[in-house]
Design a protein around this ligand. Structure first.
Ligand code: THU
Length: 133
């Protein structure tokens, strides 16, 4: 699917812009929204370590400021070694806010898919906006 290749390419490019001087672990993420547009982000670390932000959070912020609010797919680009960079627990919950249980989470390395999960696989029995009634 063309959108999927574009999504992987966007995540891979975003990874090159990571600001990760402390961990040296660059991550890129790209979201396909409900209108077919792509929003990319990278991790942005901070000298005050806990203030660092994951790539997924940056991409979500880019989606929201662009006026979209549904994640129909998300790609995450981790190390070129092929080691999988699946989203951290906090980012699984961040994705949950804007995605459906069957939303694909595509894990990439060096421009290639190395794993694919659904949100429900990574965050079963989750809590989301509808739980607030
Ligand atoms: N990181 C992400 O950006 N996304 C993930 O899914 C996992 C981890 C970042 C956070 C930190 O800047 C670096 O990777 C090492 O944990």
């Amino acid at each position: 699917m063309a959108d999927r290749q574009a999504l992987i390419a966007a995540a891979t490019t975003a990874r090159t812009r990571a600001y990760a001087p402390y961990s040296g672990f660059a991550v890129g993420a790209a979201i396909l929204d409900e209108l077919g547009n792509i929003h990319a982000g990278c991790n942005v670390e901070n000298a005050a370590y806990p203030q660092g932000q994951c790539a997924e959070a940056t991409a979500i912020g880019a989606m929201i400021v662009a006026g979209a609010n549904r994640i129909t797919a998300i790609a995450i680009a981790g190390p070129e070694s092929g080691a999988a960079c699946t989203p951290c627990g906090g980012c699984r919950q961040r994705i949950r806010e804007f995605a459906a249980p069957d939303t694909p989470i595509i894990v990439c390395s060096d421009g290639k898919i190395i794993a694919e999960h659904t949100l429900a696989d990574l965050l079963p029995h989750s809590f989301g906006p509808e739980n607030l009634g």
